[in-house]
Design a protein around this ligand. Sequence first.
Ligand code: FAD
Length: 316
Amino acid sequence: MILVVAEHANGKLAKSTLELLTAARSLNRAGDVTALILGSDILAIAAEAARFADQVLVAQTPALAQYDPELWTAAIVQIAREGEAHTILIGASRSGREYSPRVAIRLDAPLLEDIISLHDEAGSLHAQRYTYLARVTESISAKAPIIVATIKPGAFAPAASLPSPSEQWDVDLNLPTARLKVTGKTTESTDRVSLTEADIVVSGGRGAGTAEAFTALIEPLADRLGAAIGATRAVVDAGWRPYAEQVGQTGKTVQPSVYIAIGISGAVQHLSGMNKSKLIVAINRDAEAPIFKITDYGIVGDVQQLVPAILAELKK
Ligand SMILES: Cc1cc2nc3c(=O)[nH]c(=O)nc-3n(C[C@H](O)[C@H](O)[C@H](O)COP(=O)(O)OP(=O)(O)OC[C@H]3O[C@@H](n4cnc5c(N)ncnc54)[C@H](O)[C@@H]3O)c2cc1C
């Protein structure tokens, strides 16, 4: 069994889960691709997962209402053992990075971390990941009865749905008593779609000019298109935008339907985080800018004039 630990938020399956399912389905390994849903009040999420995985295991208990690395580890280890999983795929999210080493240790399994590609060969699992501040792409492989891998968000396309929903199974867990208590939660109030989930990303670079100009140009366009905002490292380093918005080798990897690059030169470190986008549009005043080598539509001109003009057209 290939066990995919589903990520979900606000009652919905995260896009990263569909990416994990693509990675799982691409493997030439025996057994079903099984999605594991952990949490409380997760039946709708399980039903959604059944449209994409060969089977769904539903571990629903109030004890899992809040994420807790110890409980997540215990649950995954129990299910992996009972289901004789040979491969466990986990999202390289903040929580996934936290509990995946614990799962690997308990199962005495090798851990392939933060991987961007994955394939089977002669019984070994081969993967690639960035290393040395993303200057180097490293190839790694593991051969063991059970292997744990975490997958970098955005590295795989989301899985397509199956012709008919698969079966869902309830599982009983023997969980330890929680030692961690969540005493409060504050959420940054934003209506904006998250960068890694977004269907459209409007990204800005140093060509926007200043922090204020970035806000004035990029935000209204993103709002109009219902898009997430991305930024280059130059912009983040300058303090114009938060690191959470950085796209690239040392930021997020995105794969939206449309990526609009505004005032971005197209450095290789930026391209590696967005070059799998389905349609790429760029605006840059330099016709020789490297970004134009990968664009579907390129507009040569000044962003200060073009972006307001595009926005005016969209408003019509
Ligand atoms: C180890 C390492 C990791 C890195 N990781 C990342 C990463 O994760 N993400 C990332 O983005 N970068 C990363 N970088 C940095 C990367 O190399 C580039 O420096 C960066 O992407 C450049 O950002 P930029 O395109 O905004 O700026 P610039 O390269 O300065 O490009 C600005 C562009 O705007 C255009 N422009 C200027 N004014 C206008 C105007 N008025 N109208 C239209 N166009 C205009 C210019 O022609 C130019 O092409 C990394 C670098 C290293 C060494």
